[in-house]
Design a protein around this ligand. Structure first.
Ligand code: FES
Ligand SMILES: [Fe+2]
Length: 375
Protein backbone atom coordinates (compact mmCIF):
# COMPACT_ATOMS: atom_id res chain seq x y z
CA UNK A 1 0.00 0.00 0.00
CA UNK A 2 1.23 3.52 -0.67
CA UNK A 3 2.01 5.66 2.36
CA UNK A 4 -1.05 5.74 4.62
CA UNK A 5 0.35 8.79 6.40
CA UNK A 6 0.42 10.97 3.28
CA UNK A 7 -2.15 13.80 3.78
CA UNK A 8 -3.09 13.55 0.09
CA UNK A 9 -4.85 10.29 0.84
CA UNK A 10 -7.27 12.11 3.14
CA UNK A 11 -8.27 15.06 0.95
CA UNK A 12 -11.80 13.69 0.61
CA UNK A 13 -12.24 13.50 4.40
CA UNK A 14 -11.01 17.09 4.70
CA UNK A 15 -13.82 18.53 2.55
CA UNK A 16 -16.98 20.04 4.12
CA UNK A 17 -19.46 17.42 5.37
CA UNK A 18 -21.72 17.29 2.32
CA UNK A 19 -18.75 17.03 -0.07
CA UNK A 20 -16.77 14.68 2.17
CA UNK A 21 -16.11 10.96 2.47
CA UNK A 22 -15.58 8.79 5.54
CA UNK A 23 -12.15 7.71 6.76
CA UNK A 24 -10.58 5.02 4.57
CA UNK A 25 -10.98 1.41 5.79
CA UNK A 26 -7.32 1.08 6.80
CA UNK A 27 -7.93 3.63 9.58
CA UNK A 28 -9.97 0.86 11.23
CA UNK A 29 -7.77 -2.14 10.40
CA UNK A 30 -4.12 -1.09 10.11
CA UNK A 31 -1.66 -1.76 12.93
CA UNK A 32 0.49 1.16 11.79
CA UNK A 33 -2.44 3.62 11.88
CA UNK A 34 -3.44 2.31 15.31
CA UNK A 35 0.09 2.75 16.66
CA UNK A 36 0.03 6.35 15.40
CA UNK A 37 -3.28 6.87 17.24
CA UNK A 38 -1.84 5.46 20.46
CA UNK A 39 1.14 7.84 20.33
CA UNK A 40 -0.62 10.93 18.99
CA UNK A 41 -4.09 10.64 20.53
CA UNK A 42 -4.89 7.96 23.06
CA UNK A 43 -2.01 8.45 25.47
CA UNK A 44 -2.27 12.24 25.19
CA UNK A 45 -5.94 12.76 25.95
CA UNK A 46 -8.18 12.82 29.01
CA UNK A 47 -10.03 9.54 29.57
CA UNK A 48 -12.91 8.81 31.91
CA UNK A 49 -12.09 6.38 34.74
CA UNK A 50 -15.33 6.50 36.71
CA UNK A 51 -17.02 8.39 39.52
CA UNK A 52 -15.76 9.75 42.83
CA UNK A 53 -18.76 8.10 44.52
CA UNK A 54 -17.38 4.68 43.48
CA UNK A 55 -14.37 5.20 45.74
CA UNK A 56 -15.86 7.00 48.75
CA UNK A 57 -13.41 5.83 51.46
CA UNK A 58 -9.64 6.08 51.96
CA UNK A 59 -8.06 2.99 50.39
CA UNK A 60 -10.82 2.50 47.80
CA UNK A 61 -9.22 2.16 44.38
CA UNK A 62 -9.88 1.49 40.72
CA UNK A 63 -7.23 0.48 38.18
CA UNK A 64 -7.46 2.13 34.75
CA UNK A 65 -5.62 0.45 31.85
CA UNK A 66 -5.23 2.10 28.45
CA UNK A 67 -2.95 1.08 25.59
CA UNK A 68 -0.30 -0.50 27.81
CA UNK A 69 -0.41 2.25 30.46
CA UNK A 70 -1.92 1.60 33.86
CA UNK A 71 -3.01 3.95 36.62
CA UNK A 72 -4.15 3.20 40.17
CA UNK A 73 -6.83 5.74 41.07
CA UNK A 74 -7.07 5.73 44.85
CA UNK A 75 -8.60 7.85 47.59
CA UNK A 76 -6.05 8.88 50.22
CA UNK A 77 -6.27 9.16 54.00
CA UNK A 78 -6.68 12.92 53.43
CA UNK A 79 -9.74 12.31 51.21
CA UNK A 80 -7.90 13.33 48.02
CA UNK A 81 -8.25 11.16 44.91
CA UNK A 82 -4.92 10.59 43.12
CA UNK A 83 -3.62 8.55 40.21
CA UNK A 84 -0.37 6.60 40.56
CA UNK A 85 1.59 4.55 38.03
CA UNK A 86 0.74 0.87 38.52
CA UNK A 87 4.34 -0.32 38.54
CA UNK A 88 6.51 -1.10 41.56
CA UNK A 89 9.58 1.08 42.06
CA UNK A 90 11.63 -1.99 43.05
CA UNK A 91 11.67 -4.15 39.93
CA UNK A 92 8.57 -3.01 38.15
CA UNK A 93 5.82 -5.46 39.09
CA UNK A 94 2.20 -4.51 38.41
CA UNK A 95 0.70 -3.71 41.80
CA UNK A 96 -3.12 -3.83 41.63
CA UNK A 97 -5.93 -5.00 39.32
CA UNK A 98 -9.61 -4.12 38.85
CA UNK A 99 -11.08 -2.29 41.84
CA UNK A 100 -11.39 -2.77 45.57
CA UNK A 101 -10.22 -1.56 48.95
CA UNK A 102 -6.78 -1.89 50.54
CA UNK A 103 -5.01 -0.74 53.70
CA UNK A 104 -1.87 0.11 51.74
CA UNK A 105 -0.58 -0.62 48.24
CA UNK A 106 1.59 -3.72 48.72
CA UNK A 107 3.63 -5.20 45.90
CA UNK A 108 2.83 -8.92 45.47
CA UNK A 109 6.51 -9.69 44.66
CA UNK A 110 8.73 -8.54 47.58
CA UNK A 111 6.11 -6.62 49.54
CA UNK A 112 7.33 -3.07 49.13
CA UNK A 113 4.52 -1.01 50.62
CA UNK A 114 3.22 2.36 49.47
CA UNK A 115 0.88 4.91 51.03
CA UNK A 116 -2.10 6.20 49.03
CA UNK A 117 -0.14 9.35 48.13
CA UNK A 118 2.41 7.07 46.45
CA UNK A 119 5.16 7.45 49.07
CA UNK A 120 7.12 4.33 49.98
CA UNK A 121 6.49 3.31 53.59
CA UNK A 122 8.01 -0.17 53.81
CA UNK A 123 10.75 -2.07 51.98
CA UNK A 124 12.19 -4.80 54.23
CA UNK A 125 15.65 -6.00 53.27
CA UNK A 126 16.80 -2.68 51.82
CA UNK A 127 18.58 -1.52 54.99
CA UNK A 128 22.10 -2.30 53.72
CA UNK A 129 21.59 -0.95 50.21
CA UNK A 130 23.97 2.01 49.90
CA UNK A 131 22.53 5.46 49.29
CA UNK A 132 18.95 4.19 49.23
CA UNK A 133 16.37 6.73 50.43
CA UNK A 134 12.73 5.71 50.68
CA UNK A 135 11.75 9.25 49.75
CA UNK A 136 13.26 8.76 46.28
CA UNK A 137 11.25 5.65 45.49
CA UNK A 138 7.59 6.57 45.61
CA UNK A 139 5.12 5.63 42.89
CA UNK A 140 5.10 8.01 39.95
CA UNK A 141 2.08 10.34 39.88
CA UNK A 142 -0.22 10.39 36.84
CA UNK A 143 -2.30 13.43 35.92
CA UNK A 144 -5.83 13.26 37.29
CA UNK A 145 -8.71 15.70 36.97
CA UNK A 146 -12.21 15.72 38.42
CA UNK A 147 -15.23 17.45 36.93
CA UNK A 148 -18.69 17.15 38.55
CA UNK A 149 -17.85 13.81 40.17
CA UNK A 150 -16.30 12.30 37.03
CA UNK A 151 -12.66 11.20 37.35
CA UNK A 152 -10.37 11.55 34.33
CA UNK A 153 -6.71 10.63 33.86
CA UNK A 154 -4.18 11.67 31.22
CA UNK A 155 -0.95 9.73 30.65
CA UNK A 156 0.89 12.69 29.10
CA UNK A 157 2.42 15.63 30.98
CA UNK A 158 2.36 17.77 27.85
CA UNK A 159 -1.38 17.82 27.10
CA UNK A 160 -3.59 20.75 28.13
CA UNK A 161 -5.23 20.48 31.54
CA UNK A 162 -8.68 18.94 31.96
CA UNK A 163 -10.40 22.34 32.20
CA UNK A 164 -9.03 23.39 28.81
CA UNK A 165 -9.94 20.00 27.31
CA UNK A 166 -13.55 20.33 28.55
CA UNK A 167 -13.90 23.92 27.31
CA UNK A 168 -17.48 25.09 27.78
CA UNK A 169 -18.88 21.61 28.48
CA UNK A 170 -19.12 22.27 32.26
CA UNK A 171 -21.06 25.47 31.51
CA UNK A 172 -23.43 23.89 28.98
CA UNK A 173 -24.15 20.91 31.26
CA UNK A 174 -23.84 22.78 34.57
CA UNK A 175 -27.54 22.73 35.42
CA UNK A 176 -27.54 18.91 35.68
CA UNK A 177 -25.27 19.24 38.74
CA UNK A 178 -23.73 15.83 38.02
CA UNK A 179 -21.76 16.18 41.24
CA UNK A 180 -25.03 15.32 43.01
CA UNK A 181 -25.42 12.10 40.96
CA UNK A 182 -24.44 8.55 41.92
CA UNK A 183 -23.32 5.68 39.77
CA UNK A 184 -25.76 2.80 40.22
CA UNK A 185 -24.51 0.26 37.68
CA UNK A 186 -21.45 -0.56 35.55
CA UNK A 187 -21.44 -2.95 32.60
CA UNK A 188 -18.67 -3.86 30.20
CA UNK A 189 -18.63 -5.35 26.73
CA UNK A 190 -15.67 -6.79 24.80
CA UNK A 191 -16.14 -6.02 21.12
CA UNK A 192 -14.52 -6.99 17.84
CA UNK A 193 -14.49 -3.51 16.38
CA UNK A 194 -12.28 -0.47 16.14
CA UNK A 195 -12.84 2.04 18.94
CA UNK A 196 -13.68 4.85 16.49
CA UNK A 197 -16.57 2.92 14.96
CA UNK A 198 -18.16 2.75 18.38
CA UNK A 199 -17.93 6.49 18.99
CA UNK A 200 -19.11 7.31 15.46
CA UNK A 201 -22.16 5.12 15.94
CA UNK A 202 -22.99 6.73 19.28
CA UNK A 203 -22.81 10.18 17.68
CA UNK A 204 -25.15 9.84 14.68
CA UNK A 205 -28.93 9.45 14.51
CA UNK A 206 -28.96 8.07 10.93
CA UNK A 207 -28.97 4.45 12.15
CA UNK A 208 -31.67 4.74 14.78
CA UNK A 209 -34.76 3.80 12.68
CA UNK A 210 -33.04 0.64 11.40
CA UNK A 211 -30.69 -0.58 14.14
CA UNK A 212 -33.07 0.43 16.94
CA UNK A 213 -36.35 -0.21 15.13
CA UNK A 214 -37.57 -2.56 17.87
CA UNK A 215 -36.24 -0.53 20.80
CA UNK A 216 -35.83 3.25 20.89
CA UNK A 217 -36.69 3.95 17.23
CA UNK A 218 -36.12 7.20 15.31
CA UNK A 219 -34.16 9.99 17.00
CA UNK A 220 -33.75 13.36 15.29
CA UNK A 221 -30.90 15.53 16.47
CA UNK A 222 -29.16 18.83 15.78
CA UNK A 223 -25.47 19.62 16.12
CA UNK A 224 -24.71 22.23 18.78
CA UNK A 225 -21.88 24.77 19.06
CA UNK A 226 -19.08 23.77 21.41
CA UNK A 227 -15.75 25.11 22.69
CA UNK A 228 -13.20 22.47 23.71
CA UNK A 229 -12.42 18.90 22.72
CA UNK A 230 -16.03 17.77 22.44
CA UNK A 231 -19.06 17.66 20.18
CA UNK A 232 -22.70 17.15 20.97
CA UNK A 233 -26.01 16.52 19.21
CA UNK A 234 -29.29 17.51 20.82
CA UNK A 235 -32.81 16.14 20.55
CA UNK A 236 -35.89 18.00 21.73
CA UNK A 237 -38.04 15.97 24.13
CA UNK A 238 -40.52 16.37 26.93
CA UNK A 239 -39.57 13.37 28.99
CA UNK A 240 -36.73 10.96 29.68
CA UNK A 241 -35.20 9.08 26.73
CA UNK A 242 -33.72 6.46 29.00
CA UNK A 243 -36.71 4.10 29.07
CA UNK A 244 -38.24 2.20 26.15
CA UNK A 245 -41.22 3.79 24.32
CA UNK A 246 -44.38 2.93 26.25
CA UNK A 247 -42.61 2.57 29.60
CA UNK A 248 -43.39 5.25 32.14
CA UNK A 249 -41.55 6.12 35.30
CA UNK A 250 -42.33 8.16 38.41
CA UNK A 251 -38.78 9.47 38.77
CA UNK A 252 -38.65 13.28 38.86
CA UNK A 253 -36.73 15.36 36.33
CA UNK A 254 -33.46 16.83 37.56
CA UNK A 255 -34.34 19.98 39.46
CA UNK A 256 -33.30 23.33 38.02
CA UNK A 257 -32.44 22.24 34.45
CA UNK A 258 -31.76 25.28 32.28
CA UNK A 259 -31.08 25.97 28.62
CA UNK A 260 -30.67 22.99 26.31
CA UNK A 261 -30.78 20.40 29.12
CA UNK A 262 -34.26 21.71 30.00
CA UNK A 263 -35.53 21.23 26.44
CA UNK A 264 -34.34 17.71 25.71
CA UNK A 265 -31.55 15.17 25.54
CA UNK A 266 -27.95 15.23 24.39
CA UNK A 267 -25.49 12.76 22.94
CA UNK A 268 -22.00 14.03 23.59
CA UNK A 269 -18.51 12.85 22.76
CA UNK A 270 -15.61 14.08 24.84
CA UNK A 271 -12.82 13.33 22.40
CA UNK A 272 -11.53 10.85 21.86
CA UNK A 273 -13.03 7.95 23.81
CA UNK A 274 -15.79 9.14 26.16
CA UNK A 275 -19.52 9.42 25.45
CA UNK A 276 -22.26 10.94 27.63
CA UNK A 277 -25.98 10.40 27.15
CA UNK A 278 -27.90 12.99 29.15
CA UNK A 279 -31.63 13.18 29.65
CA UNK A 280 -34.23 14.69 31.96
CA UNK A 281 -33.84 12.31 34.90
CA UNK A 282 -30.47 10.52 34.56
CA UNK A 283 -27.30 10.14 32.50
CA UNK A 284 -25.13 7.34 31.23
CA UNK A 285 -21.61 7.17 29.93
CA UNK A 286 -19.72 4.90 27.59
CA UNK A 287 -15.94 4.72 27.76
CA UNK A 288 -14.18 2.92 24.93
CA UNK A 289 -10.86 1.29 25.76
CA UNK A 290 -9.05 0.52 22.50
CA UNK A 291 -7.16 -2.78 22.27
CA UNK A 292 -5.50 -2.88 18.87
CA UNK A 293 -7.18 -1.79 15.63
CA UNK A 294 -9.85 -4.48 15.71
CA UNK A 295 -10.89 -4.73 19.35
CA UNK A 296 -12.13 -2.53 22.11
CA UNK A 297 -13.75 -2.79 25.50
CA UNK A 298 -16.75 -0.58 26.20
CA UNK A 299 -17.65 0.31 29.76
CA UNK A 300 -21.10 1.72 30.48
CA UNK A 301 -22.00 3.54 33.67
CA UNK A 302 -25.50 4.59 34.70
CA UNK A 303 -25.98 7.58 37.02
CA UNK A 304 -29.03 9.08 38.72
CA UNK A 305 -29.40 12.01 41.11
CA UNK A 306 -28.68 10.82 44.67
CA UNK A 307 -32.18 12.02 45.65
CA UNK A 308 -33.70 9.65 43.07
CA UNK A 309 -31.52 6.73 44.20
CA UNK A 310 -32.75 7.39 47.76
CA UNK A 311 -36.44 6.99 46.78
CA UNK A 312 -38.17 3.97 48.25
CA UNK A 313 -39.42 2.99 44.77
CA UNK A 314 -36.01 3.32 43.05
CA UNK A 315 -35.38 -0.44 43.01
CA UNK A 316 -38.86 -1.09 41.69
CA UNK A 317 -38.54 1.22 38.65
CA UNK A 318 -34.84 1.36 37.76
CA UNK A 319 -35.24 -1.94 35.90
CA UNK A 320 -37.06 -0.06 33.12
CA UNK A 321 -33.92 1.97 32.49
CA UNK A 322 -31.72 -1.13 32.58
CA UNK A 323 -34.06 -2.79 30.07
CA UNK A 324 -33.66 0.13 27.69
CA UNK A 325 -29.85 0.17 27.91
CA UNK A 326 -29.58 -3.62 27.80
CA UNK A 327 -31.60 -3.63 24.57
CA UNK A 328 -30.20 -0.60 22.72
CA UNK A 329 -26.51 -1.02 23.63
CA UNK A 330 -26.24 -4.62 22.32
CA UNK A 331 -27.93 -3.37 19.11
CA UNK A 332 -25.15 -0.79 18.71
CA UNK A 333 -22.50 -3.37 19.66
CA UNK A 334 -23.70 -5.83 17.02
CA UNK A 335 -23.86 -3.29 14.19
CA UNK A 336 -20.39 -1.96 15.07
CA UNK A 337 -18.90 -5.47 14.88
CA UNK A 338 -20.72 -6.03 11.60
CA UNK A 339 -19.34 -2.77 10.22
CA UNK A 340 -15.83 -3.86 11.22
CA UNK A 341 -16.33 -7.17 9.41
CA UNK A 342 -17.34 -5.32 6.24
CA UNK A 343 -14.40 -2.91 6.49
CA UNK A 344 -12.00 -5.88 6.44
CA UNK A 345 -13.00 -6.61 2.83
CA UNK A 346 -10.48 -5.60 0.14
CA UNK A 347 -13.49 -4.10 -1.66
CA UNK A 348 -14.27 -1.71 1.22
CA UNK A 349 -13.67 1.99 0.47
CA UNK A 350 -14.47 5.44 1.90
CA UNK A 351 -18.15 6.35 1.49
CA UNK A 352 -20.11 9.61 1.19
CA UNK A 353 -21.77 11.07 4.28
CA UNK A 354 -25.29 12.35 4.94
CA UNK A 355 -26.55 15.43 6.72
CA UNK A 356 -27.23 13.10 9.66
CA UNK A 357 -23.52 12.43 10.27
CA UNK A 358 -21.85 15.74 11.17
CA UNK A 359 -19.98 14.29 14.15
CA UNK A 360 -18.75 11.27 12.15
CA UNK A 361 -17.16 13.90 9.90
CA UNK A 362 -15.80 16.13 12.67
CA UNK A 363 -14.44 13.12 14.59
CA UNK A 364 -12.61 11.89 11.45
CA UNK A 365 -11.07 15.33 11.03
CA UNK A 366 -10.18 15.55 14.74
CA UNK A 367 -8.35 12.23 14.39
CA UNK A 368 -6.57 13.31 11.19
CA UNK A 369 -5.47 16.65 12.69
CA UNK A 370 -3.53 14.67 15.30
CA UNK A 371 -2.32 11.65 13.32
CA UNK A 372 -1.65 13.04 9.83
CA UNK A 373 -1.79 16.83 9.81
CA UNK A 374 -2.73 18.84 6.72
CA UNK A 375 -0.97 18.79 3.36
S1 FES B 1 9.07 -5.82 42.41
FE1 FES B 1 7.79 -4.91 43.87
S2 FES B 1 8.71 -5.39 45.73
FE2 FES B 1 10.03 -6.29 44.27
FE1 LIG C 1 -27.40 3.47 18.45
Amino acid sequence: MTDIFDPIRYEGVRRPLLDAVSLPPWCYTSDAFYRREVDAILTRSWNLVGRVDEIPNPGDYRVFDLCGRSAIVVRGADGEVRALANTCRHRGTRLLDDSGHCRAIICPYHAWTYRFDGSLSGCRGMEKTRGFEKADHGLAPIRLGIWAGFIFVCFSDESPDLGTWLGDLPEQFGSYRFETFELVRRRHYDLDCNWKLYIENAMEDYHTPTVHRSSIGLQETDLIETVGEWDSIHMESEDTMAVLPGDTTPFPHVEGLEGRPASGDSFTVLYPTTFFGTTKDCMWWLQTIPDGPRRCRVIQGSCFPASTVARSDFGEHVGKYYRRWDKSIPEDNAISERQQAGLESPAAASGRLSVHEPVVHSFANWVLDRTIGRS
